[in-house]
Design a protein around this ligand. Structure first.
Ligand SMILES: *[C@@H]1O[C@H](CO)[C@@H](O)[C@H](O)[C@H]1NC(C)=O
Ligand SMILES: *[C@@H]1O[C@H](CO)[C@@H](O)[C@H](O)[C@H]1NC(C)=O
Ligand SMILES: *[C@@H]1O[C@H](CO)[C@@H](O)[C@H](O)[C@H]1NC(C)=O
Ligand SMILES: *[C@@H]1O[C@H](CO)[C@@H](O)[C@H](O)[C@H]1NC(C)=O
Ligand SMILES: *[C@@H]1O[C@H](CO)[C@@H](O)[C@H](O)[C@H]1NC(C)=O
Ligand SMILES: *[C@@H]1O[C@H](CO)[C@@H](O)[C@H](O)[C@H]1NC(C)=O
Length: 437
């Protein structure tokens, strides 16, 4: 056997391509059996790891990680039923806090960032675990790639967790689904073999912008009731979407191309509401059910391009308003679409938004939800930026979010930020041009 083994080893090495890192062996989730939960998964505790594998794409080369893993874990769906989801765990080359090796800073505690990407899709094959090294690593309409945040976090020595929080049905905009998946992804990541530290020896925080902030904010609200053992050092939420209908009720906004994915995502776990929705769509003419359902095979960038300039009123027999006001959908929006009703964030929060946010019809709904949290004792630093819109604030807010997260993750938070109460600050930050250049 010794002979055989030493004979086979070079042979199998020959089968590997010379530049292993450029290989992308990922199979779309809808076709990859790895993405199925094992029989009996329902009885496992939330956060339980069912499978773990080295990420089959070249994501480690794309973001300069030491290693990357996909983890399939038990979670809970938006109707509070047992479910599962996948996350990608990325290891930094030089972790902070790693004991006995290469400690860059910190006090011996490791740092993990749960990074919620606004992947805004109704197509499970457009989940981050599958498109992180390709679509999400590319610029889009002048915006930097979402992987930039991961590169930055890894370079700071943080572990990074990137959950497919929409779950196996791509339930875009389904708040509890997304929040539970984030919380369980953190449980899974922290308990996985590649993660070197214990819960107690680790600081962890969340970051999400726009669609990513929906997931982060619901996770922040749900943590106290669902994952009591987790003690987040902070949550940075930008471009907040406290009321999902503000996006969907403007048929011509900069994000209106996400209306089909949003309505299909929201109804993905409610068959009767889905049936009602489909019945509201026209069956012929230029804006019909076929065109609406095309989004089931589009990633976020493709959907925004595909539906550019379309008026979503046109798709519906009785107009868009009839859909938003329909009693058949009221409970779906009620249970999934509004923040400020599922719990109170227990961790320090940095919230940031453009006053003239053009995706969510301004900042009023964010002021409202922040006031609601602050009224019951939350600890929030809230920056309202007078410059730019929704897309600008993604870039303008990133350095301030990173400062907050760094303080939360390296233990210096109490020296730099208020640890109780709320601070509202009107800022005027414009770095858009320099960030894009
Ligand atoms: C990763 O793989 C993709 C193809 O799947 C390729 O376009 C890209 O250049 C690769 N990136 C790196 C850094 O190897
Ligand atoms: C220490 O970290 C470096 C990279 O920063 C790595 O190459 C080396 O293998 C590590 N050593 C141990 C003992 O973990
Ligand atoms: C959400 O926004 C809509 C307007 O788009 C408004 O009619 C509704 O009352 C809001 N719902 C909540 C719960 O804030
Ligand atoms: C439905 O819309 C598509 C464009 O999305 C168009 O190609 C097709 O002809 C339309 N179907 C009918 C029956 O009008
Ligand atoms: C802390 O709170 C005080 C009082 O509200 C405020 O003046 C100060 O700017 C806050 N500091 C930070 C770093 O937010
Ligand atoms: C932000 O900066 C860019 C580039 O310097 C400039 O074109 C733009 O007008 C500025 N926006 C505001 C609102 O000041």
């Amino acid at each position: 056997m010794q002979f055989l083994a030493s004979y086979l080893l070079p042979l199998s090495a020959l089968l590997l391509p010379a530049h292993g890192h450029t290989l992308n062996n990922a199979i779309p989730p809808s076709q990859d059996p790895w993405y199925k939960a094992p029989p009996g998964f329902e009885s496992a505790a939330p956060g339980t790891i069912f499978r773990i594998r080295p990420d089959p794409s070249n994501i480690t080369a794309v973001v300069s990680a030491a290693a990357a893993y996909n983890i399939l874990f038990r979670t809970t769906d938006t109707r509070y039923r047992p479910s599962w989801a996948v996350t990608t765990l990325l290891l930094p080359k030089s972790p902070i806090g790693a004991k006995s090796n290469g400690t860059k800073s910190g006090d011996g505690k490791a740092a993990l960032l749960s990074y919620q990407i606004p992947y805004n899709t109704a197509d499970v094959d457009a989940s981050p675990s599958y498109i992180l090294s390709t679509v999400l690593a590319e610029e889009f309409l002048g915006n930097p790639p979402f992987t930039d945040g991961i590169v930055e976090a890894l370079s700071r020595g943080w572990y990074v967790n990137v959950p497919d929080f929409e779950g196996p049905l791509a339930s875009f905009a389904a708040g509890p689904q997304e929040g539970y998946a984030v919380l369980d992804s953190v449980r899974a990541a922290l308990s996985s073999d590649p993660f070197p530290s214990t819960l107690e020896e680790t600081r962890y925080a969340m970051w999400g912008y726009s669609g990513g902030s929906i997931a982060s904010t619901f996770a922040a609200e749900l943590q106290a009731s669902y994952a009591q053992e987790l003690d987040f050092a902070g949550a940075a939420i930008g471009g907040l979407v406290p009321n999902v209908t503000t996006i969907f009720s403007d048929p011509r906004s900069i994000v209106s191309g996400l209306i089909p994915a949003g309505l299909l995502g929201l109804t993905s776990q409610y068959p009767e509401a889905r049936e009602f929705l489909l019945g509201q769509l026209k069956t012929e003419g230029p804006y019909n059910i076929t065109g609406f359902l095309a989004t089931l095979h589009l990633n976020v960038d493709e959907a925004l391009v595909h539906y550019t300039g379309q008026n979503f009123e046109e798709y519906f027999v009785n107009g868009l308003d009839a859909v938003f006001k329909a009693p058949e959908l009221a409970r779906v929006f009620g249970n999934n679409g509004y923040q400020g009703y599922h719990g109170i964030p227990q961790m320090p929060v940095f919230a940031y938004k453009a006053i003239k946010d053009d995706a969510t019809a301004g900042i009023a709904d964010s002021d409202e939800v922040i006031s609601r949290y602050c009224g019951v004792g939350a600890n929030i630093l809230y920056h309202r930026n007078s410059i730019g819109g929704h897309t600008d604030e993604l870039i303008n807010g990133a350095p301030r979010a990173l400062d907050f997260l760094a303080a939360a993750l390296d233990g210096s938070f109490a020296e730099k930020y208020n640890t109780t109460g709320c601070t509202w600050v009107d800022v005027a930050v414009n770095i858009t041009a320099s960030a894009i250049a």
